[in-house]
Design a protein around this ligand. Structure first.
Ligand SMILES: *[C@@H]1O[C@H](CO)[C@@H](O)[C@H](O)[C@H]1NC(C)=O
Length: 412
């Protein structure tokens, strides 16, 4: 009897300690009408440290608006060829192997594939620049742009986006992202150290983030520098992204081959099962999805990530944050937060980015100088750039961008 009990207790304790050391929290969610950038996204610690946290802004668009945008995109772009990524997972010698294939097909057919997708044979499509080209999409572009920008530029807040003034051929553009059940994005953090956004139009997306060490309780003055510990732990590498001329890259993201979703437990409902559950009780489905997102025993990260998370001390453990994004929800993604999505259901979303005047402009300029390897004495930089770098600039975004590209032209 005693032995049985101690064995039971031991098992209980080991479970508890695992649960304690891998701390998953929910991303804060706010309704569109309540969202204030300086309250929910930008934070200043009492030490003076600046930091941001992800925020899920709900009901940015109505269901009807989302459906109508999806319809217009399919109507205008359905025949366009896109690259479809197919990931096949299989077991070999007790290890999960992944094989990736890329195929070209129309967006309409790609969308069809998303309904045949499963965890072990998953389809994913990340279409960059697709929305930019068509006149028939002018209205959709405007709705998407306004939905995003009105959150940051309004009567109370004037946090404009410097990318709007970048030369057109290197300006970051919106991406149409479609994912079938079981599909994952790469585990990455974004180039330019900008603010990322994702607007879900159909289905749901499950997100997990890795908070930079101390991101929610900053101790140091520079949160960004602390993300390098995560970069290292994830064995990350750089991916050059936007080229200014043939051989000068302005930006580079960070990517890892590890995953926050290596395997899933058998009790997770299939996309079809979720769809039929939704017809009866959509709130229950959201609750169930939340539970799955929070549970690393059901949606299991790479062993290397689990190990690394479990050996951190409680005090400064980088924490995993998670949320379920539904149609009409816009997710705001801070520059230095690693993230990856998983699809429990097929979905369509628009990924965008902004370079906010208040915080991102400085980081974007530092990122460009860093990536290009330009070494210019601070005092030789235009006054405007000096002011942006020391946080004292209060003028127009256009002036910053003009000064920046003058520097780049004269030094490259
Ligand atoms: C920022 O830089 C500008 C230009 O070098 C300088 O005039 C200004 O005093 C600096 N402000 C602060 C707060 O350091």
């Amino acid at each position: 009897m005693t032995m049985q009990r101690s064995a039971f207790l031991c098992c209980l304790l080991s479970h508890v300690s695992l649960a304690l050391s891998i701390d998953i929290s929910k991303v804060q969610a706010v309704n569109k009408v309540d969202f204030q950038p300086n309250k929910h996204y930008y934070h200043t610690h009492s030490s003076g440290a600046l930091y941001e946290t992800p925020v899920l802004i709900e009901n940015v668009l109505s269901r009807e608006e989302c459906e109508s945008i999806c319809g217009t995109i399919m109507q205008e772009l359905g025949d366009e060829y896109v690259s479809i990524q197919r990931k096949v997972r299989y077991l070999e010698d007790d290890e999960i192997q992944i094989e990736t294939e890329i195929a070209e097909d129309t967006l309409m057919n790609a969308f069809g594939y998303m309904f045949e997708s499963h965890h072990d044979d998953a389809f994913f499509c990340f279409c960059e620049g697709l929305l930019d080209q068509y006149e028939g999409l002018e209205k959709v572009r405007k709705i998407l742009h306004n939905a995003r920008e009105s959150l940051f530029v309004n009567e109370e807040c004037q946090d404009r986006d410097i990318f709007e003034y970048f030369p057109e051929d290197i300006r970051p553009s919106d991406c149409v992202v479609i994912a079938g059940e079981g599909a994952t994005s790469t585990l990455h953090r974004d180039p330019y150290t900008w603010t990322g956004t994702s607007l879900c139009l159909e289905g749901t997306k499950l997100w997990r983030f890795i908070a930079p060490k101390g991101a929610c309780k900053p101790k140091a003055n520079d949160i960004d520098s602390r993300v390098h510990e995560i970069d290292e732990a994830l064995d990350s590498y750089r991916l050059p992204s936007v080229a200014w001329d043939d051989d000068l890259y302005l930006s580079a993201g960070w990517q890892s081959d590890l995953s926050l979703y290596v395997s899933r437990s058998d009790d997770i409902p299939s996309a079809e099962e979720f769809a039929s559950l939704e017809e009866h009780n959509s709130e229950k489905v959201m609750e169930l999805m939340d539970k799955i997102a929070l549970d690393v025993d059901r949606l299991v990260p790479s062993a290397d990530i689990l190990h690394w998370l479990s050996i951190r001390s409680i005090d400064d453990s980088p924490t995993i944050f998670t949320c379920i994004q539904k149609p009409g929800d816009l997710l705001v993604i801070p520059a230095s937060w690693w993230h990856q999505t998983y699809a429990l259901q097929p979905s369509m979303a628009i990924a965008s980015q902004r370079g906010s005047m208040s915080r991102d402009a400085k980081r974007v300029i530092e990122h460009i100088f860093d990536t290009t390897g330009l070494k210019i004495d601070k005092l030789d930089l235009p006054l405007v750039i000096q002011q942006v770098l020391n946080g004292s600039y209060t003028g127009e975004p256009e002036t910053i961008v003009n000064a920046l590209f003058e520097v780049l032209s004269s030094h490259t």
